[in-house]
Write a protein that binds this ligand. Structure first.
Ligand SMILES: CC(C)(COP(=O)(O)OP(=O)(O)OC[C@H]1O[C@@H](n2cnc3c(N)ncnc32)[C@H](O)[C@@H]1OP(=O)(O)O)[C@@H](O)C(=O)NCCC(=O)NCCS
Length: 280
């Protein structure tokens, strides 16, 4: 798409994708998370999340929600199984004690059927799940944090798409959404789970934290994850040797992606070319 036609595209109703046919029961109205309770770790609201528009919609038996203590053991097992480094207790505690981290941590729950997913959503009240004990399986999760740093200047100086670009071409200070962990159980991969979780969080972080971009570190030997991110518009901007002291090789590739038009519209991933987001 040409830059000159971007405004027209944004205003053209016929080109705006309709959301997938999500049962109303899977959508929670009102705040996405309860106000954090002082002291105690809440047996929190799973707060089912509205799904973004993506090329592959989620299977109808999947719900997306915040992480509650009930699913913490499954979350820990997921990371231990799929990621090559251990995580400290503080890393997990922050999900329940830091309201920002809680707000930008999401899980995908796999139910036995679409009707079980709908039933789970309907029975999820602010006090938590109170229906029949058909506990779903936590199959995918993303945990992020907000870095209060200036988003890095991209190598392509012609790009004008970032909302944090100042008149003189420099980048103003905007926070970055940092992806701490992202993983899907192998048997449940290629169902758009990770894409949906990450895109949901990016859209949320754009709205609520005014982020300028998204970044992460990926182990240099993890070529599959590097390719996965590349297909979603991330670019590699440096190798940090010694980042993973216990791994061989030790390096982490730093990946970054600017916030784009599609993020602002709540649409799926695209790749930014000369300031215009294009379909993947
Ligand atoms: C990287 C990882 C998180 C991706 O998880 P995932 O849930 O399988 O991701 P998605 O389903 O969104 O995308 C995977 C592929 O399935 C495809 N896919 C998704 N839904 C699909 C569908 N309904 N039909 C066909 N293809 C589909 C996607 O297009 C994507 O392919 P592409 O990358 O060629 O575009 C997962 O492989 C993983 O856990 N890896 C190990 C941990 C790791 O390395 N994490 C990243 C470092 S922090």
């Amino acid at each position: 798409m040409q830059q000159s036609s971007l405004s027209a595209w944004l205003n053209k109703p016929s080109s705006v994708k309709q959301p997938p046919n999500i049962p109303l029961s899977q959508v929670v109205k009102g705040p996405l998370l309860p106000k954090p309770q002082p002291q105690a770790i809440p047996e929190a609201t799973p707060s089912i999340v509205r799904q973004p528009l993506l090329r592959h919609p989620l299977p109808p038996n999947v719900t997306v929600s915040s992480l509650t203590p009930t699913f913490l053991p499954a979350f820990k097992r997921l990371l231990a199984l799929l990621l090559p480094i251990p995580y400290h207790d503080k890393f997990f505690d922050a999900i329940f004690t830091d309201p920002t981290v809680a707000n930008i941590t999401l899980v995908a729950l796999w139910h036995k059927s679409a009707s079980a997913a709908a039933s789970y959503s309907q029975n999820t009240s602010p006090q938590g799940y109170n229906g029949t004990p058909a506990i779903p399986t936590l199959v995918s999760a993303v945990r992020c944090k907000i870095l209060e740093t200036t988003f890095p200047e991209p190598p392509n100086a012609k790009s004008k798409s970032s909302s944090n670009r100042a008149e003189n071409g420099t980048t103003t200070a905007k926070p970055t959404l940092y992806i701490s962990t992202l993983a899907t159980l192998p048997a449940y991969q290629s169902h758009a789970l990770a894409s949906t979780l990450l895109q949901t969080l990016i859209a949320r972080a754009v709205k609520e934290y005014d982020i300028g971009g998204v970044s992460a570190h990926v182990w240099e030997a993890n070529t599959e994850a590097r390719e996965w991110y590349r297909k979603r518009g991330f670019r590699e901007c440096g190798l940090e040797e010694g980042y993973y002291r216990r791994l061989r090789p030790t390096g982490a590739v730093r990946i970054v992606r600017e916030v784009g038009v599609r993020d602002l519209l709540g649409e799926g991933f695209g790749q930014e070319v000369e300031g215009v987001m294009v379909e993947q």
